[in-house]
Design a protein around this ligand. Structure first.
Ligand SMILES: [Zn+2]
Length: 255
């Protein structure tokens, strides 16, 4: 099968997922909320940090509107702590928060500028984000925060390299970085690439489990069983398009 035949189209995703590129050293993951990476792709992150690659997390919000029974002023700091613990489980030591407002993140130049600044600070070759499309596939509607941050991240990968788009960043000492080679979108309904989930899956379960306050408010299931079922189910569903290997999938946008 040629590469062209394996390109996704609006009508159908590719039949076979290709392995993610491995010739990179630094990745920056940019998502809207605490737990977005743990529901999406932390098994892949665990494998990457095992291999000596550096991964940094940037969150647009502290997830302060995420728990019905907790006021934002209490919830934000709690979820920040859970996110830092969760990142540490998969070898990520650096977590930044951009302090946009949970639930009402606005797609626009302010968000693009903040993400472009993060890209210039960390100078990644690979940028990761979460599903920017309207749905998760079918009729499962996505949230406006994920759509805004996903789209802004795809845009900011270019903005970061252009010194004239946000000149105030250069004035702050953040030189342009045009080295982003790919943006990989986790949780997309049109994946093109995948990573073997098996080496990182146990840590991914423990990583998601660190969001204990959130999960306990979300479900009556036993938290560890809930995390394991969710992540194992997702990885196994991807296996049929990845040579039978349980996988974390990405829609890859090369630059
Ligand atoms: Zn989210």
């Amino acid at each position: 099968m040629s590469d062209l035949e394996n390109e996704p189209t609006d009508r159908q995703p590719p039949a076979h997922l290709r392995p993610m590129p491995e010739d990179w050293r630094r990745a920056l993951a940019v998502v809207a909320h605490p737990d977005d990476l743990e529901y999406g792709c932390s098994a892949a992150v665990a494998g990457w940090t095992d291999a000596g690659r550096e991964v940094v997390y940037v969150l647009a919000t502290r997830g302060e509107a995420g728990i019905d029974t907790l006021a934002p002023a209490v919830c934000g700091p709690l979820r920040e702590r859970e996110q830092r613990a969760s990142a540490a489980v998969v070898g990520v030591g650096e977590v930044e928060f951009l302090d946009h407002k949970d639930g009402v993140i606005e797609y626009g130049t302010a968000l693009r500028r903040d993400i472009a600044a993060a890209i210039r600070r960390h100078r990644p070759e690979l940028v990761i984000t979460l599903n920017h499309r309207d749905t998760w596939g079918g009729v499962a509607w996505n949230t406006p925060d994920h759509v805004a941050v996903g789209r802004a991240t795809l845009d900011a990968a270019s903005d970061a390299g252009n010194r004239w788009i946000f000149p105030e960043l250069t004035e702050q000492g953040l030189e342009p970085w045009d080295g982003v080679r790919w943006v990989a979108v986790a949780g997309s309904s049109r994946p093109t690439h995948a990573v073997d989930a098996r080496p990182g899956l146990e840590r991914a379960v423990r990583s998601l489990l660190e969001h204990r306050a959130y999960i306990e408010a979300l479900t009556d299931e036993e938290p560890e069983a809930y995390c394991r079922t969710f992540l194992t189910g997702g990885a196994e569903a991807a296996a049929e398009r990845f040579g039978g290997v349980p996988a974390v999938t990405f829609e890859l946008f090369p630059r």
